[in-house]
Design a protein around this ligand. Structure first.
Ligand SMILES: *Cc1c(COP(=O)(O)O)cnc(C)c1O
Length: 377
């Protein structure tokens, strides 16, 4: 059996163990410590927009702490892109609030500004109050139409929390994803652009927000010699060991971005002649996806096979692929949530597939994947 090709494996650059060794040598094998500060500084420099980054235990924790600071609570509504991973929406429920799902547009596959506008108007009409926050997602690394989303949010005075978990290094109009909203979440889970073996960060607009994030992330201790609490806190801070991995990963981030983009180009070249296959594509030069995962859409009528045909054949060839995210408005757990849209994300889910895209894949691996599709005809 040939070696399995995985969807998105982590790749260590080599310097990670040096930072971990330093932590051991200085006995900083505890939460917090120099690697945490170092990693946060590296991220702030990379994002290049005078933001304040707080390293946390997960991207999901980042969304949770962002929503808390936007004042989300029981009885509130939060608008969330429907076409995403459940982690974008779950923290809304942690807070006793209700998600309102908005469909994608076909250019970027991300939040449709038109449906967003309709959703806000209709929620105000139906509930008498504005949604508390808007969560657009840069899915698979593709930047959402942030100028339009920010304009609508601004028009209604609703803050934006960007889910940039998949989009580290992506840019919209030359500006990094994760720097548009009041807050943004990043993820360093095992299969993301970089990993800390599990972790995330909240990108904050002010130092005060960053301090409040750290306060909530470390059990919300009041200033007192004893343990005193006037708020409910969380244990969400990143450890000094994980941050050491993150510092090492920052040294190879640019290489990872370049390689994932190269892999995307290679797939396009190899599959150019296959009818009925199209790609998630930067709609114009304003968009610069990191191409975290290369995603294709299969039109069965033209291709003569379905995305499930591809997936099952890949599996028999020991290659991991994955259907696109199932939209939240179609998930049993969010059954009774409001949805504004058409069938855009549903169609993407039905016909879309993520191809192996990790930075450790060789050109030969990519050719092996493409051959499976080419030979299906
Ligand atoms: C991975 C991911 C998250 C959650 O990040 P974790 O670090 O796994 O908690 C949130 N949103 C999206 C779109 C993601 O892909």
């Amino acid at each position: 059996m040939t070696e399995r090709i995985w969807l998105s494996l982590a790749h260590m650059g080599g310097q990670e163990q040096r930072f971990i060794q330093e932590a051991f040598d200085t006995n900083w094998v505890v939460p917090l410590g120099p690697n945490v500060n170092g990693f946060e500084n590296d991220l702030e420099k990379f994002l290049d927009e005078d933001k304040h980054v707080v390293a946390l235990s997960a991207g999901t924790a980042a969304i949770h702490l962002g929503l808390i600071q936007l004042g989300v609570g029981p009885g509130d509504e939060v608008i969330c892109q429907s076409f995403t991973f459940a982690a974008s929406a779950n923290p809304i429920k942690y807070l006793g609030a209700t998600p309102v799902f908005v469909d994608s547009e076909p250019d970027t596959w991300n939040m449709c500004p038109g449906h967003l506008h309709d959703a806000i108007e209709d929620r105000i009409a139906k509930t008498g109050k504005k949604p508390k926050a808007i969560i657009p997602v840069h899915l698979y690394g593709m930047p959402a139409k942030m100028d339009e989303v920010m304009a609508i949010a601004g028009q209604y005075g609703i803050p934006v929390l960007e889910d940039a978990a998949e989009a580290l290094g992506s840019e919209f109009k030359g500006r990094k994803c994760g720097t548009f909203g009041e807050f943004a979440c990043l993820s360093f889970n095992g299969n993301k652009m970089i990993t800390t073996s599990g972790g995330g960060a909240l990108v904050c607009s002010t130092e005060e927000e960053a301090k409040r994030t750290m306060f909530y992330a470390t059990q919300a201790r009041d200033k007192a010699p004893h343990y005193q609490h006037s708020h409910i806190g969380y244990n969400y801070r990143m450890s000094n060991i994980c941050a050491g991995i993150g510092r090492g990963q920052m040294m190879v981030l640019e290489d990872h971005i370049a390689r994932r983009r190269e892999i995307n180009q290679l797939y396009r070249k190899l599959l150019k002649e296959v009818p009925g296959i199209s790609f998630q594509t930067n709609p114009s030069a304003q968009f610069a996806s990191n191409y975290w995962l290369t995603c294709i859409i299969v039109e069965p009528d033209i291709a003569g096979f379905t995305r499930e045909d591809i997936r099952l054949t890949m599996e028999s060839e020991n290659i991991e692929t994955r259907p696109l995210w199932k939209p939240m408005h179609l998930q049993p757990v969010f059954d009774n949530c409001a949805f504004y849209g058409d069938s855009t994300s549903e169609r993407l889910f039905n016909d879309g597939l993520c191809l192996p895209s990790g930075p450790t894949l060789t050109n030969e691996d990519i050719k092996r994947v493409a051959e499976v599709i080419i030979n299906l005809k």
